[in-house]
Unconditional design. Structure first.
Lengths: 280, 254
């Protein structure tokens, strides 16, 4: 199989597939991204062996199944292509169309998009029925859920094959319709949106809301979770669902979150978010 | 400590609280919400007065406000009324009372098990004495009072009701099956339970009441209940008695 894009998600998906026994071609054209992604994969696999999740031999065998390339035609023998390029519809559509021209008619094409329409990406394809969404969660090797997205044209057989494949990788796939945010990113919106509104309206402060959420059983409160995910990443998802539903009021993002991002307060990765992180 | 507990017979909030109070050795007299609302003196039994009355009723606004008026008439002014403010602000619940200063709001969305805190809110008229008395009651029950602003649904009940509502909208649109929606939120974001099954556990009419309370407070469309959720609440009452409450919708067709 092939993974297009060696960023965090792409290298994570490649790691899952390689560990599951697949020969994986990892593709990227951004200078340095390919080697960074490959090194990230090698590091995590070896670390997993050190922690006893696999044997050292299994880790090295998985690493041996990874091949990196900046030449797209290296994917021609793939049975499955997963694109994990940046969230840009034109970029993804073009990339999938180019990939389709290089692979066999039986090759399944999948997109890891979290915010864009799978159906719209099929427009550029000669075999739109072969496209589905395979939405992994970060970090892909650890998070069990995969949303298998049925676009307008996705064939039932491709869907079934994608589900079976995800299961063979030890994941829990769910089949979802092609709607903005699919299930998780859409249903989760109030966890952040209502929390922001409560803080913005002065009903409770950030730490209090997080504490109450944890006491109710959530592993993390909404603000500490936004800091972990990246306030900018979370806002991008919020905007995508809001725009995807034509400014449905339930999804309206909050000015506090936009101000946080605009001021460079992105959470843990910048040392400053809703909380301060002195060890970043 | 001698408490009165006002609720409908099938109230999950009351069931959880009765368990909390019993575990801590507090004496609790259960008062039926409908009977309290139907009498001018709140069906308050004769005998030693209550140290506080805990009003758990949420769903039927008319029953709740009549019940609070009756309690306000029957109880001495020093007896605090701790009222569940999932579906209305404390200020609005106390409005028109002879002694609005005795009303203290609380929020405690089921299931209670494992909780160490209870959200509390003061209405605009709530006295310091009543607030302190409420904190004493909760402390006796083993719960720490966490004070938040006066808003329908407070913090957690509001967030969970909105999560359940969003899950209901997703189900209505055929985004995924109800089981998969719950599974996705448990595995994808590690929620303690799926929003659809959580809503059934709380009571669908209770969830709708929280959303309606927010709609009244904020106006506009943001908190309107998903038609599927409202329909099921109307059809099934609390929803808890329904064996398979959520319809099996799946992503078939465009």
């Amino acid at each position: 199989m092939a993974v297009l894009g060696a960023g965090t998600m792409g290298s994570g998906i490649a790691q899952v597939a390689a560990a599951a026994g697949h020969r994986v071609v990892l593709y990227d054209v951004v200078p340095g991204a390919l080697e960074t992604g490959a090194e990230r994969l090698r590091t995590y696999l070896r670390r997993g062996a050190e922690k006893g999740r696999t044997t050292a031999a299994e880790a090295e065998a998985a690493i041996g199944r990874l091949h990196t390339t900046s030449m797209l035609d290296a994917i021609s023998g793939a049975d499955l292509v997963i694109e994990a390029a940046p969230e840009d519809l034109d970029l993804k559509t073009h990339l999938l169309s180019e990939a389709e021209a290089l692979v066999s008619a039986e090759c399944i094409l999948a997109t890891n998009t979290s915010t864009l329409s799978v159906s719209s990406m099929a427009r550029g394809l000669r075999r739109p029925g072969m496209l589905c969404g395979l939405h992994f969660f970060n970090p892909a090797p650890l998070m069990p859920l995969v949303e298998v997205v049925k676009g307008f044209d996705t064939s039932d057989q491709v869907l079934a094959t994608a589900v079976a494949l995800a299961e063979s990788w030890g994941k829990t796939p769910i089949v979802v319709r092609d709607t903005p945010g699919f299930v998780v990113n859409r249903v989760a919106r109030p966890f952040y949106g209502e929390a922001l509104r409560l803080a913005g309206d002065g009903v409770a402060d950030v730490a209090c809301i997080d504490r109450l959420a944890r006491d109710a059983g959530f592993p993390m409160g909404p603000f500490e979770l936004m800091d972990l995910i990246g306030i900018d990443v979370n806002l991008a998802a919020a905007m995508a669902v809001y725009e995807g539903y034509f400014q449905e009021p339930r999804f309206r993002p909050h000015p506090l979150q936009r101000r946080m991002v605009a001021s460079g307060r992105l959470g843990r990765k910048t040392g400053l978010g809703y909380y301060t992180y002195e060890d970043s | 400590m001698n408490l009165g507990l006002v609720a409908k017979a099938d109230s999950r909030v009351a069931a959880d609280l009765a368990e909390v109070f019993a575990a801590r050795g507090l004496t609790v007299a259960r008062l039926d919400a409908a009977r309290v609302a139907a009498t001018s003196k709140g069906d308050v039994p004769a005998g030693p007065g209550f140290d506080a009355v805990v009003d758990c009723h949420v769903v039927d606004r008319g029953t709740k406000t009549r019940g609070l008026a009756a309690l306000d008439a029957a109880l001495g002014p020093e007896t605090p009324i701790l009222t569940c403010c999932h579906a209305a602000t404390v200020t609005s619940l106390a409005a028109g009372a002879r002694h609005p200063e005795r009303f203290v709001g609380f929020g405690l969305l089921p299931p209670w098990s494992g909780r160490t805190t209870v959200e509390c809110a003061r209405g605009l008229a709530t006295s310091d004495a009543a607030a302190e008395a409420a904190a004493v009651v909760w402390h006796a029950a083993g719960l720490e009072a966490v004070w938040v602003g006066d808003s329908a649904g407070l913090v957690v009940p509001r967030i969970v009701a909105c999560l359940a509502n969003e899950a209901a909208f997703a189900l209505m649109e055929g985004t995924a099956s109800p089981e998969d929606i719950d599974r996705a939120m448990e595995l994808g974001t590690r929620y303690p339970r799926g929003p659809l099954s959580w809503a059934v556990e709380v009571g669908l009419d209770h969830i709708v009441a929280i959303l309606d309370g927010l709609s009244r407070e904020f106006d506009g469309d943001r908190y309107r209940a998903a038609p599927l959720l409202r329909g099921m609440a109307i059809a099934g009452g609390g929803g808890m008695a329904v064996a398979r409450p959520w319809p099996a919708r799946g992503p078939g067709g465009p």
